[in-house]
Design a protein around this ligand. Structure first.
Ligand SMILES: Nc1ncnc2c1ncn2[C@@H]1O[C@H](COP(=O)(O)OP(=O)(O)OP(=O)(O)O)[C@@H](O)[C@H]1O
Length: 728
């Protein structure tokens, strides 16, 4: 197997570490006086303090930023060139060094209170993703974030449940190992793939939060720990087909303390308890700055071990020295400056890391596939927990509706688990709905079946009831009289009961006709009286008119009175004729009622008699208001007795002493048929008003006619007499 490494040496070979200084804002009264002097390639801080040597007074940097320098300028000058190199394939390291509180974390992470005060790390994230968003190449970017405290490395991104972390010991530990070539690698450190700025910033925030929470029970923990935020960038150039991989360390070192640098014994003693790694960093820097030294003690501490290639290897490294110019911190400031001077003498050998080994390429591609698979799985998890937009939901609902309404159409949604899951949820909801409806329908069908069974049973009951009633109806007689047979015996003597039966049979009680006729006769009598009175007055007025002694005026008065009486006379005569007509009609109705009663009685009687009896036709009223009756029927004597009973007439007398009406009805066994009378008047006498009055020549009639005054006009008087005669 042929393995070939082709390492390109660009212009930056033999590059020394660039060092920058940033002066922390402070209270002017308490600050050390200084001057920043600019030269062509470097800038110097010249301190005015008289207690130090001239050599110490001047500190040289690539650039010095005064207290007013904004974060954006720090990024542009210090960080941006390194990041550009990293994108090109070089390794890069930016570390901040300075005493506690001098602004290292502020420079790297920034201040979260204001967006404009964000530091180098968030600005690096923005720059890198902006860069790749604008070009066709798609890199693979990973991020790790670790902390070194008391020589132990901790993974700040180990858990997504960062808010449960309480102490640094709860964070997973990491260790540094070397490969065959002596390059350092960190074991157990989580590296997260990121595809966008937001994800990267989320990880940064997560690490910072873990660090802050872990700090709580340990005072000044952050001042005693180093933090390293690392980008791992790999991308395949489409032009060269070479794979470039690089990493960028952004290092926030622990606070440097003056004692570390003034007394070696003291340094070692303090370092054992506080920060050994910073001391060894100094040692490594000193060793690297002395060209004669063959051994560099990288392995003495985790920090130096980790930063091995950043300090003297394949890396573009820059240092930001954060300086406080407070008088009480002046010694620490000088110490930082001296450290920076040493660092600035160190050379590194940065190279672009390009791989053209096919086997390595395959390995890389496999790694990339794995990473992509992880990303896909993560994105699926992410999208599953994600909430769909209204448009996506509407699309899913429309597709599911189409699918339900048509057997053939497939559901067309994006290859997104959340949408697919949403569609399944919709289908399940529909299924549940259909099931519920089906259960409701089943219940309804069962209920209807029960109702139908009940109704069928009821119909059968009604049918048998109808049959029973039919039999009953067969047994019930049509005729009201016949109904007497089914009336309880105790009620038969009751006349009112009989009358009510007859009323039901559309017969008026005979007493009603009798009363009405009597009223008519009374009215006729009143009219006759008036007529008689008028007649007498007329005679009187006539005789007075004939008297010769009357004056013309008196005669005129008499004529008026005479005319008035004649008018009354005529009016009353007309009224008498109207009464005559009404009486005739009443008589016809009474006759009809009588005939109805007799017919019903006959019908009833026929129930017991095998012979047929002819029916009596209704009476007719002639033009001259006379009732014409065809008396073609025959009446049995016994039945006449019953008729009189029903009519409530004077013939009741005939029943007196013969016991109850029930016994009289029982006695009616064989009726005797009379001969049909030839004279209609005689027949009328037998069946009509003769039960109230005698014949027209009788004494009763004569008596009655006496009470009816004559009109004085012969024809009229005769007509009235004939009328009443025909009635009686
Ligand atoms: N240049 C600056 N402008 C404004 N505020 C600053 C500046 N430098 C530091 N600060 C503020 O000073 C405080 C201390 O700064 P910072 O935490 O960055 O110091 P440090 O060097 O990281 O300390 P330590 O070593 O303890 O971590 C912070 O509140 C920070 O916001």
């Amino acid at each position: 197997m042929i393995i070939s490494f082709r390492i390109k040496f660009e212009e930056m070979t033999d590059q020394t570490i660039k060092v920058y200084a940033r002066i922390r804002k402070t209270n002017d009264k308490n600050s050390e006086q200084y001057l920043i002097q600019q030269n062509n390639d470097y800038e110097e801080i010249i301190f005015a303090n008289s207690g130090i040597s001239t050599l110490q007074k001047i500190c040289r940097f690539h650039k010095v930023f005064d207290a007013k320098t904004p974060q954006s300028e720090i990024f542009e000058v210090v960080a941006k060139p390194v990041i550009i190199s990293v994108i090109e394939g070089f390794n890069g390291t930016i570390f901040a060094y300075g005493q506690t509180g001098s602004g290292k974390t502020y420079a790297l992470n920034g201040c979260t209170r204001e967006f404009s005060q964000r530091g180098i790390i968030p600005r690096s994230i923005e720059y890198i993703f902006n860069h790749y968003n604008n070009i066709a190449e798609e890199p693979t970017i990973y991020i790790s974030y670790m902390e070194i405290y008391n020589e132990i490395g901790y993974d700040l991104l180990s858990t997504k449940q960062y808010n449960v972390t309480r102490t640094p010991e709860e964070l997973p530990r990491v260790s540094v190992m070397e490969d065959k070539k002596g390059d350092p690698h960190i074991k157990n450190l989580s590296t997260f793939p990121v595809t966008n700025e937001e994800d990267a910033k989320r990880l940064l925030f997560m690490g910072d939060t873990n660090r802050t929470i872990a700090e709580t029970p340990y005072n000044e923990f952050s001042s005693r720990s180093h933090c390293i935020f690392t980008f791992y960038i790999t991308h395949c150039s489409t032009k060269s087909k070479l794979i470039r991989s690089s990493k960028l360390h952004l290092v926030d070192l622990a606070g440097s303390e003056r004692d570390f640098k003034t007394n070696v014994n003291s340094i070692v003693h303090e370092a054992k308890f506080i920060n050994l790694s910073l001391y060894f960093l100094q040692q490594v820097i000193i060793a690297l700055s002395e060209s004669k030294r063959s051994h560099i003690p990288y392995r003495n501490s985790m920090l130096t071990h980790l930063l091995k290639d950043s300090l003297n290897g394949n890396c573009i490294t820059v240092m930001l020295a954060t300086l406080s110019v407070n008088k009480e911190n002046f010694q620490e400031t000088l110490s930082t400056c001296r450290f920076a001077q040493r660092v600035s003498t160190i050379s590194t050998s940065p190279t672009v890391n390009e791989i053209c080994d096919p086997e390595k390429e395959i390995e890389f591609l496999k790694l990339r596939i794995r990473n992509l698979e992880t990303q896909l799985s993560d994105s699926k998890d992410f999208s599953s927990s994600n909430v769909l937009s209204v448009r996506q939901k509407e699309n899913c609902e429309a597709e599911v509706r189409k699918f339900i309404n048509s057997d053939e159409k497939p559901i067309r949604v994006e290859a997104d688990m959340t949408q697919i899951q949403f569609c399944f949820d919709l289908l399940r909801k529909e299924l549940d709905k259909q099931r519920t409806e089906l259960r409701t329908m089943e219940k309804l069908v069962t209920q209807k079946k029960t109702e139908i069974t009940g109704l069928v049973r009821e119909i059968r009951t009604k049918d048998s009831e109808i049959e029973r009633l039919k039999v009953e109806i067969e047994r019930v007689p049509d005729d009201p009289i016949k109904m007497l047979s089914i009336i309880p015996t105790a009620s038969r003597n009751n006349k009112n009961q009989l009358e009510s039966i007859l009323i039901k049979a559309n017969n008026k009680p005979p007493d009603d006709y009798k009363t009405a006729l009597q009223n008519q006769l009374n009215l006729a009598k009143k009219c006759s009286d008036t007529i008689e009175h008028c007649k007498r007055k007329i005679i009187v007025y006539r005789s007075e008119l004939e008297h010769s002694k009357r004056t013309p005026r008196d005669k005129q008065e008499l004529v008026k009175k005479l005319e008035e009486q004649q008018r009354i006379y005529k009016a009353e005569l007309a009224e008498l004729k109207r009464i005559q007509a009404d009486t005739a009609r009443l008589e016809a109705a009474a006759k009809q009622s009588e005939i109805n009663t007799v017919n019903k009685f006959d019908d009833w009687f026929k129930g017991k008699d095998s012979g047929d009896s002819p029916r009596k036709p209704p009476p007719q009223i002639s033009n001259n208001n006379k009732v014409e009756i065809d008396n073609t029927y025959t009446v049995r004597d016994t039945k006449e007795i019953e008729l009189k009973l029903l009519c409530g007439g004077s013939s009741n007398e005939s029943l007196k002493g013969s016991g109850s009406s029930e016994s009289s009805l029982k006695d009616v066994q064989e009726p005797v048929v009379k001969e049909k009378p030839e004279d209609s008047t005689a027949q009328s006498d037998q069946n009509g008003f003769t039960k109230y009055f005698n014949a027209s020549d009788s004494a009763d009639f004569k008596e009655f006619m006496k009470s009816v005054s004559s009109s004085g006009v012969d024809e009229v008087d005769e007509e009235i007499v004939n009328f009443y005669r025909s009635k009686f």
